[in-house]
Write a protein that binds this ligand. Structure first.
Ligand SMILES: [Zn+2]
Length: 346
């Protein structure tokens, strides 16, 4: 009987240890502790033993049962832990899997170009100034030395706003009016840029839109010279189109500057050699000049003491050149296939 008991203990421990799942352990438990298990048979046999042997065998059986029970409990705890771990593994988020990404939008090429231009001037110490898009004739024309008989003032070029009693209101034709408003509101020194939307009576084609965008700049202080204008705009052109660009100034007339000039930059495609885009190797980038003394006077600045320069740069034009966009109308068509090309991520 002792041999059977030792055998039951040994096999029982092996059976419990062999269970690899909780369900398997249930079965092992029945095999080890069930009614037909060797251990139970030994226990049942105790009754037929002589009285003096019962106590000893009984203790041995109980001891074996405790050992088996401990083994079963230990095995259960282990399997439960393993099962929990398995669940955790199954539920784990695999961070290496590609996610279901939402398509993010992207900045419009005009915004990209404007941000870049503004950043360049902020680094040079300029401040961004803003003003109304509906202007009066004085801020839009007269203060800028554009007299009433100037062709720019005719209905052919400008878009007037139909507000009864206010025939002087129009959609600004340039953001230069912001320069006037800035000078009226503060004494020199002035270092501002004025980015914004402007309006002209244009028929849309590959290079014209009735609504387009400008960055105008204005510097006024004591001792500002044409050399400051040249150095500043040269640095800006290189920052925008590459450090190996060259620039040149040619004479031009604008009523609000004297002298006036146009800045050209060497073509970014042919590097100045000449190609179908530029013709002679140069691309006209912006108009500029020394602020006309009359304009300074109009804003209450003493032209004997202060000098300054101003410039106007087309944001649309910069976007077309930088991103090699062949037709300005693409900027306003809203074609997602066009716009998606400017996204940081698609
Ligand atoms: Zn070229």
């Amino acid at each position: 009987m002792l041999r059977v008991l030792d055998d039951a203990l040994e096999r029982g421990l092996a059976t419990l240890a062999a269970a690899t799942t909780l369900a398997g352990l249930e079965e092992a438990h029945i095999q080890v502790f069930g009614r037909k298990a060797p251990l139970s048979e030994v226990q049942r046999g105790i009754g037929s033993l002589p009285a003096e042997a019962r106590s000893d065998i009984g203790q041995r059986v109980n001891h074996a049962r405790r050992q088996l029970q401990e083994a079963a409990d230990g095995r259960r705890a282990m399997l439960e832990q393993a099962s929990e771990d398995a669940l955790l593994v199954a539920d784990r988020v695999d961070l290496s899997l590609p996610g279901r990404r939402r398509r993010s939008g992207s900045l419009h090429p005009l915004s990209l170009a404007e941000d870049e231009i503004v950043d360049i001037f902020l680094r040079l110490g300029y401040r961004v100034a803003e003003g109304p898009e509906i202007e009066d004739e004085w801020h839009n024309f007269e203060a800028l030395n554009i007299p009433p008989d100037h062709p720019a003032r005719t209905m052919k070029d400008s878009i007037y706003v139909n507000i009864p009693g206010h025939p002087e209101l129009l959609l600004r034709t340039e953001t230069s009016s912001v320069q006037i408003r800035t000078m009226q509101s503060q004494p020199p020194p002035v270092f501002i840029i004025a980015p914004g939307r402007v309006y002209r009576r244009e028929t849309p084609d590959a290079t014209h839109l009735p609504v387009f965008h400008q960055v105008e700049g204005l510097v006024v202080d004591e001792g500002i010279t044409f050399a400051d204008l040249k150095g500043t705009l040269d640095a800006v052109a290189r920052a925008l189109f590459g450090q190996d660009r060259e620039t040149k100034l040619g004479p031009a007339f604008f009523p609000f500057v004297e002298p006036g000039a146009e800045l050209a930059v060497t073509c970014m495609r042919c590097d100045g050699a000449g190609c179908p885009v530029c013709g002679n190797g140069w691309i006209e980038l912006l108009g500029c000049g020394m602020v006309h003394p009359v304009v300074l006077e109009n804003c209450g600045y003493d032209p004997e003491r202060y000098t300054g320069f101003a410039f106007g740069l087309g944001i649309d034009r910069v976007a077309l050149l930088k991103y090699r966009i062949p037709d300005i109308r693409l900027l306003v068509d809203g074609d997602i296939r066009f716009l998606a090309q400017f996204g940081a991520s698609r």
